[in-house]
Design a protein. Structure first.
Lengths: 385, 599
């Protein structure tokens, strides 16, 4: 029998944990470092790649993703070495997607050519805002002008270019966002990610928020209106949401993220990277140390994992559900049942359908537009106590 | 055995927080009953809940030996009593065991409602009263004014009132001298048949039931067989002793003495407070007058949030009841809440104390339903039903009329807040009985329905008077009124645990207030929820809780499914703290909070 992960492909995530400065809203595993010995990092990455190649050999690779941090600070040679080694170990799908997250500054843009030569065929650019005042408040180092220039260079180098925006910012009105988004969809090629500013504990914004000093954030109603407006404007421009905050023209979806949401297998390399790997029929969750130096030392010596946990069938089923319901296409309920060993809670299904939060079509289930707005509440209905 | 002339028995009484327990500390210390190094603040308040809330709940007895200025050694038995009105019963029975009272008045505050209530009880018990003005170390202390007030309001001579600081120890020696000088020695006949008053009893995990006794006549010795005169049960006394304040064994107790016995009694319920204990053979013929038992006046349902914990709850309640005869319980089933208990309490503080102890000592999350008083329901066929739970209200067509308990409330309040207090009482269907002034303070007496007071009256009173009012009440009797049962419907389903009895004229207002409160208390759901109040099927108030609009994490989480799942599991756990009614989750605190009135 086919293993569950085979329904959704196989990808490799490579985490680069450094940034030029730390953005005040960011709780990703990113650090500012004075000096980085890239040759050491290359060795560690390669070491890890070799290790995983022995554990999960022969898989047809769908995607590689360089995330961060700011991977556009990596030397093109570093990226090239990693890609080369990966390609050496695993057979690639015809349409292998290799994405790199890039910050849209002028310095980074200078390296785009090198990345393209290394094999990167998709970049995802962190625009975050399309006006300079807000970029400043978000602690970003680039201006709109620089971002647009970087975007042009990227388009000339890569087949596929996407960008990210953060909305529901301080003092942003619905009309402000509608105008900004209209501009964004006219710029976008075939993919864009639109995230709502989330205040995370342990960030500068989080501290300011706790102290009552982060003013002008939208209330729930305004945030809901903004989300709805986002769906409408993107829909009209042909950028339907294929996931809660990701929009693409048909066929232009990020293959890498689809592996996560369709619950495939993925290797996580680098500090703080997560993986899901099926080995001898058992799916494991893997984690690595967060601190760059700790990971680096460990990766060179014994291997960069800090945790490998066997996932129970119920855990897997719930993760599959949680990820799958984010997608507009929804999920196949038979897969849930195969994983969990029991069908989805029938009472919850009936209730959620009754109130119009989910729709069923044969074996498939998906959230409706209304359901997507309250996805957390929908999912908790299905979670076991 | 001590000669009667060298014994003094007294209770320490006062308004809440005026310093009774702290004064007891100093008396214990000054007489060297406890070594200085073993002293701690309010050492008689031994229960966790007493220490935490800084109040006395249970009366405590200590025997002191005092060598007075006259060179003689006296035995002093003091009983420290609680100040809160819910535990007034503890005060009244304590007073029956002694001949005098130290009336403590906080000299920064003056006479308060429980000061008055306690004085009247002391006078009823024929006590000699020694007034003590406490807290003289504080700058706001004003002894002359307070002494004058005692004379004006209470009408007892306060010229000799002792001025003390229970904090610094100033005036403690004078207090001891006054006790010896001004309080009467007990009377009693050591050759008469034994008459011991059963003052109190409680359960001890090691010793079983401990009985506090005051010997009126005769002598009680270890090993003797005694008879409880109320039910003629016979027990053998296996321990006898006194509190210093730890338990110290003695061979015998004679007239005028206060001490404890144990006699292999299993349950507190097997002893009756106020009973007379005599010898099995050659016992007394007539018992002592006895005292009225305490009766629960507030009832509510206690249900486990997790219905699987019902048996644990039963166990917890039975254990607590072992030690607290004033708390009653019986099993209850609710359509929505499943199995639980209908419990009766002396007041709301008593309810809170028991609920806290169950939650903490037994680790059970509870849903407490709307507190209620006992209504008398007169049926058309002449039968009278005592209604403890609005959910059990019979069909109105079979009911002739209803009566509700009333109280006489005494409130002392500074002039400037009088208007607010009158308005509050009026809003709660009060009838003014009296209004007098003592200096700049007013004393108002109101006839009020108990159900309007039981719940949040005291909180409201404190808030409208910034804490400057004091309040005391006594039950008076039952009176007919136009009362109806109000139901609450959530998402069109009646929630019996939220049913209350209300006065018809105030039903719309209460209904509206409850619906509004519930709208705040119930979290938004994925669908909109109508909340209605209804009387006999007719809706009198309605609110709509709008649907949850947005609850989605629109952020990039990459491959970290673990973190995302943890967040959702937390959300799920929050839901489990609630009870489901139909499709609606209602938080456990909603059942009480919904009743709190802001006006
Ligand atoms: N400054 C000062 N504080 C005092 C004095 N006597 C008592 N207190 C404080 O007043 C508060 C109440 O004292 P308690 O002895 O617990 O009062 P109580 O009358 O036993 O209270 P209940 O048993 O709850 O009615 C405590 O914080 C004491 O420390 C005093 O003479 N001077
Ligand atoms: C891994 S981060 C990209 C890192 C990249 N260095 C950058 O800043 O452009 C992916 C995206 O998540 C979004 N993001 C980061 N922190 C966020 C937050 N607190 N709330 C909402 N979106 C956030 C940003 O749009 C960011 O581009
Ligand atoms: S948002 Fe991007 S650039 Fe800013 S600190 Fe986070 S990872 Fe680095
Ligand atoms: Mg006390």
């Amino acid at each position: 029998m086919a293993e569950d992960w085979q329904e959704s492909g196989f990808g490799i995530y490579v985490h680069w944990p450094f940034c030029t400065s730390k953005c005040p809203y960011c709780d990703f595993n990113s650090h500012v470092a004075a000096e980085i010995d890239q040759s050491r990092w290359v060795r560690a990455y390669l070491h890890e790649i070799d290790r995983y190649a022995e554990e999960v050999p022969g898989r047809v690779l769908t995607s590689v993703f360089f995330g961060g941090g700011t991977p556009s600070l990596m030397a093109p040679e570093t990226v090239a070495a990693v890609i080369e080694r990966i390609r050496h170990h695993w057979p690639a799908a015809n349409d292998l997607e290799i994405t790199l997250e890039a910050n849209p500054g002028s310095v980074e843009a200078g390296r785009f050519r090198g990345y393209a030569d290394a094999g990167v065929n998709r970049v995802s650019m962190g625009f975050q805002a399309l006006n300079d005042a807000d970029l400043k408040r978000l602690g970003r180092l680039h201006t709109v002008k620089e971002a647009l220039a970087a975007f042009d260079i990227a388009r000339s180098q890569f087949d596929r270019v996407s960008f990210d925006l953060i909305y529901a910012r301080q003092d942003q009105s619905l009309a402000d966002w509608q105008a900004e988004l209209s501009q964004a969809v006219s710029l976008a090629i075939d993919h864009l990610s639109l995230y709502q500013l989330t205040i995370e504990a342990g960030t500068a914004f989080g501290d300011r928020y706790d102290a009552g000093k982060l003013r002008g954030l939208p209330d729930d109603d305004l945030a809901a209106d903004m989300y709805q407006a986002t769906q409408e404007i993107c829909g009209e421009a042909g950028f339907e949401a294929y996931e809660v905050s990701n929009h693409a023209k048909p066929g232009a979806e990020s293959r890498h993220n689809l592996i996560y949401w369709r619950y495939g297998d993925y290797v996580g390399i680098g500090p703080g990277a997560h993986g899901r790997l099926t080995i001898s029929g058992q799916r494991y969750a893997t984690e690595t140390p967060l601190a760059p130096q700790v990971w680096l030392n460990q990766a060179e010596e014994t291997g960069g994992e800090s945790l490998r946990r066997a996932l129970s069938r119920r855990d897997q089923a719930e993760e599959f559900l949680m990820m799958g319901l984010r997608l507009t296409e929804g999920l196949d309920m038979r897969r849930f049942e195969r994983l969990a060993g029991e069908p989805l809670d029938r009472r919850a299904l009936a209730h959620l359908e009754d109130i119009g939060m989910i729709a069923r079509d044969g074996h498939r289930m998906r959230v409706t537009n209304a359901g997507r707005m309250v996805l957390n509440a929908v999912i908790t209905e299905f979670l076991a106590g | 055995m001590t000669d009667l002339s060298h014994i003094r028995n007294f209770s320490i009484v006062a308004h809440i927080d005026h310093g009774k327990s702290t004064l007891a500390d100093r008396l214990i210390q000054e007489t060297k009953t406890v070594a200085d190094r073993d002293m701690k603040e309010q050492m008689l308040d031994a229960m966790d809940i007493e220490r935490e809330r800084g109040i006395t709940i249970k009366a405590n007895t200590v025997r002191l030996e005092y060598e007075a200025d006259d060179g003689e050694t006296y035995i002093l038995n003091l009983i420290d009593t609680p100040g809160h009105v819910d535990f007034a019963y503890e005060v009244s029975r304590s007073m029956r065991a002694v001949e005098g009272s130290l009336l403590v008045v906080d000299s920064t505050q003056g006479v308060e409602a429980q000061t008055l209530a306690n004085v009247y009880q002391a006078i009823d018990a024929d006590h000699e009263i020694v007034p003590v003005l406490n807290k003289i170390d504080l700058p706001a202390s004003d002894c002359d004014r307070v002494a004058e007030q005692i004379e004006d309001v209470i009408g007892i001579d306060a010229s000799g009132a002792i001025r003390v600081s229970a904090k610094t120890g100033e005036g403690i020696h004078e207090t001891l001298e006054a006790i010896v000088r001004d309080l009467p020695a007990p009377k009693g006949d050591r050759d008469a048949p034994l008459k011991a008053m059963l003052v109190d009893s409680w359960y001890d995990a090691y010793l079983g039931v401990i009985v506090l006794v005051r010997i009126m006549d005769g002598v009680l010795k270890k090993g003797e067989r005694v008879r409880m005169m109320s039910n003629n049960t016979v027990h053998q006394v296996d321990r006898i002793g006194v509190f210093r304040p730890g338990m110290v064994p003695v061979d015998q107790l004679g007239p005028g003495e206060i001490g404890f016995i144990t006699a292999s009694i299993k349950q507190v319920r097997d002893t009756r407070v106020g009973d007379t204990i005599t010898h099995e053979k050659k016992g007394a013929e007539t018992p002592l007058p006895g005292f009225n038992p305490s009766v629960p006046v507030v009832f509510c349902g206690l249900f486990p949030v997790d219905s699987a914990e019902f048996e644990d709850l039963r166990d917890a309640i039975e254990k607590l009841a072992l030690n607290d005869a004033s708390f009653s319980f019986e099993m209850e089933t609710s359509a929505a809440l499943g199995f639980g208990f209908r419990c009766g309490f002396l007041g709301l503080l008593h309810l809170e104390v028991i609920r806290d102890r169950i939650e903490r000592e037994y680790d059970i999350d509870l849903i407490t339903t709307a507190p209620s008083v006992i209504y008398h329901v007169y049926m058309k066929d002449g039968e009278m039903i005592e209604l403890h739970n609005p959910a059990d209200m019979p069909d109105m067509s079979k009911v002739d009329h209803l009566e509700e308990p009333r109280i006489k409330a005494t409130i002392l309040v500074p002039d400037e807040f009088l208007g607010d207090v009158l308005k509050l009482c009026q809003d709660r269907r009060g009838i003014q009985l009296d209004l007098t002034y003592a200096g700049s303070r007013a004393m108002v007496v109101y006839d009020l329905p108990l159900n309007e007071v039981v719940f949040d009256f005291y909180d409201r009173l404190k808030s409208v008077t910034k804490g400057y009012a004091s309040f005391d009440y006594q039950m008076t009797g039952y009176r007919e009124d136009n009362l109806v049962k109000m139901q609450i419907l959530v998402n069109d389903e009646p929630v019996d645990a939220l049913s209350t009895m209300v006065h018809r004229d105030r039903a719309e207002m209460r209904g509206r207030a409850m619906c509004e409160k519930l709208k705040e208390l119930i979290p938004r759901h994925m669908f909109k929820i109508p909340i209605q109040a209804a009387i006999g099927g007719k809706v009198i108030a309605r609110e709509t809780l709008s649907a949850l609009r947005k609850d989605v994490t629109a952020k990039c989480y990459g491959g970290d499914a673990t973190r995302k799942k943890k967040l959702l599991e937390k959300q799920k756990a929050g839901k489990k703290k609630m009870r489901q009614f139909g499709k609606v989750d209602i938080p456990q605190e909603a059942f009480i909070s919904a009743l709190k009135m802001d006006g």
